[in-house]
Design a protein around this ligand. Structure first.
Ligand code: SF4
Ligand code: SF4
Length: 597
């Protein structure tokens, strides 16, 4: 028996490898990213792995592989599923041949997402089964079950770990590989073509399958009833472990139900659980999905049970459930007094707002746009996007006026321009996001003759999620060198009338590029090219010289975290400075020394 200490996402990756996955596609997004990376790293070079340009594309690539009978996995975060929802809904009707698992990691909190949306709703909406693991160990085994269920019912299956499972570490028992069927290959059949008549027939079939899967789920080892009593607690996903542990130390007779397959809801098991109970507390992160299922069952079965949870205000409606939140809710539900002496003392960690790294070239890009507009005395609206460039909203840069979702910086700018043409609309987007959903926005702007400027912050990587390759980097996830897709050529192909490339760290040139672009009537673009500091070596670091007059302009204008106040004077932390030189352009008395001297 081999035991390995694995992060939840690595455990899922190992589980997928064990289950014989052959094709893995995805788009990076916290907290899901490491699943695909670990499969790419740990497999015996017999699995095809790719970062696709967006989640819709990734899902379709995995679906194609599953049509041949191969097992496929697609990974994304919850907001990524919105992008992939079009093929998802159709694929639920068409089905698959080889097992196909769609891993969508939810982010309660949210720690690094636009929304707290709950993927379990998508399962119900698309009529797809969903697995909700409680621990990394369980996720390792469960993903194999998800592939098996997918093949048994010829349906894609959703797999939804949350942050506390994805990023937790645990000792996982690595088991023998699961034996799987030979890959049959693609066999032509009208069933793969989504015609309206077929959709009607398949709609009936998938509803019938939901009933059968619900019965299977009632017998699943991942759903359990533990203990006895007239009070019941239901715990789901990452909340199960703390709930079970807290109950161990309480003398009360409580019936605990673990739900790891929230859709189709395991009604038979839930009915067993509800029998003779007076009150039930439901503990689940994000939306009251299981709570509503239990309320529905009580209505259907005529049961008079008080179901408590989010809808009754017994648990918070949003956010991650910490151990303390679960403990407080359980103690209150059972009428127990929280032992003061026993309360865990939580370390108060100082709040550190998200900020662009010291030396990040995006800081220079934002600053040059800001200064160019200031110099031109032109009012401007800055439409931001998802990624490192969202951090441009922090003071003192203050360069993000809107941020909605991936690619929307460019399209929101167009909507603003249609109504208000007295200010310049400047949209920011990163290189990976440009390929994700930026191109269609650019096409729309050109086709519909809008007057906007797009600033592409090309740092040669997908930085925010951990430096994944993309079509502009000239590398694939399989480790091959590939033809670089030129952002400039794509813009030209889309018909953008003015395109200028510039290095944002070359301050004068960067300002000039922006000025020219905003003066162009129509769709213009500036591509700011400068690699992320995490993929280059630091240059000669900067230092404050004797002639510093202490005006603090350097500190106040760019907010570089390498700069601080020391004994009432500005100082540069040598271990943080990357030598980008931006501050040297700002000092009015040339009091910052460094490489350019
Ligand atoms: S050179 Fe200046 S702006 Fe650049 S990292 Fe160092 S202190 Fe920050
Ligand atoms: S801008 Fe120049 S003079 Fe002013 S505090 Fe910074 S280093 Fe000193």
């Amino acid at each position: 028996m081999k035991i390995k200490l694995l992060m939840g996402n690595e455990a899922i990756a190992q589980g997928a490898i064990r289950a014989g996955v052959k094709v893995v596609s995805g788009y990076p997004g916290t907290p899901s990213t490491e699943v695909l990376e670990a499969i790419a790293r740990d497999n015996k070079k017999d699995i095809y792995v790719e970062w696709s340009v967006n989640e819709k594309v990734a899902l379709e690539v995995a679906a194609g592989a599953a049509y041949t009978g191969a097992r496929s996995l697609v990974t994304m975060k919850q907001v990524g599923l919105n992008v992939a929802s079009d093929p998802l809904m159709s694929l639920a009707y068409i089905g698959v041949k080889g097992g196909m698992v769609i891993l969508v990691a939810d982010d309660p909190g949210p720690i690094s997402s636009q929304t707290e949306q709950d993927t379990r709703h998508f399962a119900r909406f698309a009529h797809l089964p969903i697995f909700d693991p409680s621990t990394p160990e369980e996720a390792y085994d469960m993903i194999g079950e998800a592939f098996a269920l997918s093949e048994k019912f010829s349906t894609p299956v959703l797999f939804r770990p949350t942050t506390q499972v994805c990023h937790a570490c645990a000792s996982v028992e690595i088991k023998e590989a699961i034996e799987i069927k030979e890959i049959e290959g693609f066999i032509k059949d009208p069933k793969w073509v989504i015609f309206p008549k077929l959709s009607y027939q398949n709609h009936i079939k998938i509803i019938e399958n939901e009933t059968k899967i619900s019965e299977d789920f009632s017998k699943s080892i991942y759903n359990q009833i533990i203990g006895a009593g007239t009070k019941g607690i239901v715990a789901c996903g990452a909340s199960f472990l703390p709930a079970a542990e807290i109950l161990e130390y309480l003398p009360n007779d409580v019936r605990l139900m673990k739900i790891s397959t929230p859709h189709p809801f395991p009604e038979k098991l839930a009915f067993e659980f509800l029998k003779n109970l007076d009150e039930v507390l439901v503990i689940e992160e994000l939306d009251p999905v299981v709570e509503e299922n239990l309320l529905r069952m009580c209505g259907k079965m005529g049961l008079k049970i008080h179901i408590k949870g989010k809808l009754t205000g017994d648990l918070p409606i949003a956010g991650k459930y910490s151990y303390e939140i679960v403990r407080t809710a359980i103690y209150r539900f059972l009428g127990e007094k929280l032992p003061l002496d026993n309360q865990a003392e939580l370390l108060q960690i100082p709040i550190r707002p998200p900020v662009l790294c010291a030396g990040c070239p995006h800081r220079a890009s934002f600053y040059s746009v800001k200064m160019a507009m200031k110099k031109a005395k032109q009012r401007a609206v800055f439409t931001g996007d998802i990624g490192c460039y969202t951090l441009g909203n922090a003071k003192p840069l203050d360069m993000v006026d809107t941020c909605l979702c991936m690619g929307a910086g460019i399209t929101i700018a167009q909507g603003l321009q249609r109504v208000e043409d007295d200010s310049k609309k400047i949209a920011f987007i990163g290189d990976s996001t440009f390929f994700h959903t930026g191109i269609s926005g650019i096409l729309n702007a050109v086709y519909n003759e809008t007057d906007i400027t797009v600033i592409i912050l090309d740092n040669s990587t997908t930085a925010m999620t951990g430096h994944q390759p993309h079509p502009g980097t000239g590398k694939t996830m399989m480790g091959n060198l590939a033809e670089k897709i030129s952002i400039e050529n794509v813009l030209r192909g889309c018909g953008v009338g003015f395109i200028k490339k510039s290095n944002p760290l070359n301050y004068e040139d960067a300002m000039d590029a922006v000025t020219q672009a905003v003066n162009y009537k129509g769709v213009s673009a500036v591509i700011f090219e400068s690699p992320c500091i995490a993929v280059i070596k630091p240059k000669t670091i900067s230092h404050i010289k004797e002639n510093c007059i202490g005006c603090k302009k350097c500190l106040k204008e760019i907010g570089c975290p390498a700069m601080s106040i020391k004994e009432r004077k500005v100082s540069i932390q040598p271990h943080l400075c990357y030598g980008c030189g931006l501050c040297r352009n700002i000092c009015p008395v040339n009091a910052i020394g460094g490489e350019k001297e």
